[in-house]
Write a protein that binds this ligand. Structure first.
Ligand code: HEM
Length: 370
C-alpha cells in the first residue's frame, strides 16, 4: 500500500525549494540521459517548472488516481508529440527520484523512496497505455497548413489551419501548436469553430509579451506556412450532451472568445437561450465585433453583449467586465456559465460570481497551460 499522505508531505517539503527543484531535475535528466534533451525546447527558462510541478502533484495524489485518470490519459496521448515513448519514462522517473532524494535530506527513507517509485510507475503506466492505444488510431501530431491569416489589429490575428489527416475535437477543447520559428515550443489555442466538414480550424491568436509562439503566428505566419498540431485536450469547457437544459451564459475576455464561438455553433444544432458577454480593457481590442454581430443577427436565441473598461473611439459598447454586466442584467441565476479569458479575468470573475451566490458547480472553465 502506497502511503499517499507521506508522499504529499514529502512533496511539499521538496517543492518549498522553488526553482531549485526543476533546475536540479533537468540537469540530472539531461546529464544522465542526453538522448532526451532534443525533445525539450532549446531555451527552457520560460516554463521550467511545468513538468516537475505536474510530476510531483500527479504522483503524490496517487490516492485519488481514479479521479485524474482521464487527465493522465490525455497527457499521455499528448506526450506522443514530444516523441516520448515507454522506454523514456524510467529516465524521467530516475531523475525525479534523484531530485526528491536530494531535496529531502534526512527525510529520504527507504519507505518514502519505494512509495514514490511505486506511485510514479502507476502514473507512467496510465500515460503510456493511453499513448500506445492512441497510436493505433491517430498520428503523434498533425501537420497543418495556414490557409488564411487575417490580422485584425497590431496584436491579434484570426488564423485558419487545415490539418492532415483531419483532427477530431469537441467544441470547447484546445489543441497545442508548434511553429518552425520556435522549434519544440508548444502553446495552447482553442478552436473558434465547431468541427467542420472540411476539417479547417479557426484560431484566435494574440501576441502576448514574451509569447514566442503567438508573436510568430501573428506577425510572421503567412498563408502556406506549415505548423504542427497536438491532439485535442481539455474537458472544462466541453458542454455535456446530457447537461440540464438551463440557459447558458458565456463570459469571455480577449481571445477567450474563441471557445465561445465554437460552443455557440454547437448550441445552434439544438438551440436554447445563450447570452454571450465579451469584454476587453479597451473597446479597440474587440477584434471580432463585426463577425460576432453577424452571428447574433443570424441566431435569434443568441444575445451578444460586447463590453470594455474604456471606449475612447466610440464603439458604443457598455462599460464593465462580462461578469459584472451579466450579473447586473440578472442573467446568472440558474444558468450554466462558461468562462474563458486571461487567468486574472477568470479568477476575478469566478470570485465575483460565487460571491454573488452563483454555485461553483455551475461555472465551467479550463485551466490548461497555467
Ligand atoms: C509520469 C510521467 C510524466 C508526467 C506526469 C509528465 C507531465 C508533463 C506535463 C504536465 C507537462 C506540461 C504540458 C503542458 O502544459 O503543455 C509536460 C511537458 C513535457 N514533457 Fe512530460 N510528463 C511525464 C513524462 C515525460 C517523459 C517520459 C518525457 C520524455 C522524455 C516527457 C517529456 C516532456 C516534454 C518534452 C515536455 C515539454 C516541456 C516544455 O515545453 O518545457 N515527459 N510533461
Amino acid at each position: 500500500m502506497i502511503n499517499a499522505d507521506r508522499l504529499k508531505k514529502n512533496w511539499s517539503l521538496v517543492a518549498a525549494h522553488g526553482e531549485q527543484v526543476p533546475l536540479y531535475f533537468y540537469s540530472t535528466l539531461f546529464l544522465t540521459h542526453p538522448e532526451v534533451r532534443d525533445m525539450f525546447p532549446m531555451n527552457m527558462a520560460a516554463q521550467r517548472d511545468k513538468l516537475v510541478t505536474a510530476l510531483g502533484a500527479a504522483v503524490s495524489n496517487v490516492d485519488t488516481l481514479d479521479r485524474i485518470v482521464p487527465h493522465l490519459q490525455q497527457l499521455g496521448r499528448d506526450h506522443r508529440k514530444f516523441g516520448a515513448l515507454r522506454e523514456h519514462y524510467p529516465a524521467v522517473g530516475q531523475a525525479l527520484m534523484a531530485t526528491l532524494e536530494h531535496f529531502s535530506g534526512p527525510h529520504w527513507t527507504p519507505a518514502v523512496a519505494s512509495d514514490w517509485a511505486a506511485a510514479y510507475d502507476l502514473v507512467a503506466e496510465v500515460m503510456t497505455d493511453a499513448a500506445e492505444e492512441a497510436a493505433h488510431r491517430t498520428p503523434a501530431w498533425w501537420e497543418a497548413e495556414v490557409v488564411a491569416h487575417d490580422r485584425r489589429d497590431l496584436d491579434t490575428a484570426v488564423i485558419t489551419i487545415a490539418t492532415a489527416p483531419r483532427l477530431d475535437y469537441l467544441p470547447g477543447q484546445s489543441i497545442t501548436l508548434c511553429t518552425n520559428w520556435r522549434p519544440r515550443v508548444w502553446r495552447y489555442y482553442t478552436p473558434a469553430n465547431a468541427p467542420r466538414a472540411d476539417g479547417t480550424i479557426d484560431l484566435h491568436v494574440r501576441a502576448v509579451d514574451g509569447g514566442q509562439v503567438s508573436t510568430a503566428l501573428v506577425s510572421l505566419a503567412q498563408v502556406g506556412d506549415r505548423v504542427r498540431v497536438g491532439p485535442a485536450v481539455g474537458t472544462g469547457l466541453v458542454m455535456r450532451r446530457d447537461a440540464p437544459p438551463r440557459p447558458i451564459v458565456m463570459l469571455a475576455g480577449g481571445t477567450g472568445l474563441a471557445p465561445m464561438k465554437a460552443l455557440v455553433e454547437q448550441v445552434a444544432a439544438a438551440p436554447r437561450p445563450v447570452a454571450l458577454y465579451w469584454g476587453a480593457r479597451s473597446a479597440t481590442a474587440l477584434y471580432d465585433l463585426d463577425p460576432m454581430r453577424a452571428m447574433a443577427a443570424k441566431y435569434d436565441w443568441l444575445d451578444f453583449v460586447p463590453c470594455a473598461d474604456e471606449d475612447l473611439f466610440g464603439h458604443g459598447v457598455p462599460f464593465g467586465s462580462p461578469a459584472e454586466l451579466a450579473l447586473a442584467h440578472g442573467r446568472c441565476t440558474g444558468a450554466e456559465i462558461y468562462l474563458c479569458g486571461p487567468s486574472g479575468m477568470v479568477e476575478a470573475s469566478r470570485r465575483l460570481l460565487v460571491g454573488s451566490g452563483v454555485l461553483d458547480g455551475a461555472i465551467h472553465y479550463e485551466s490548461l497551460g497555467e
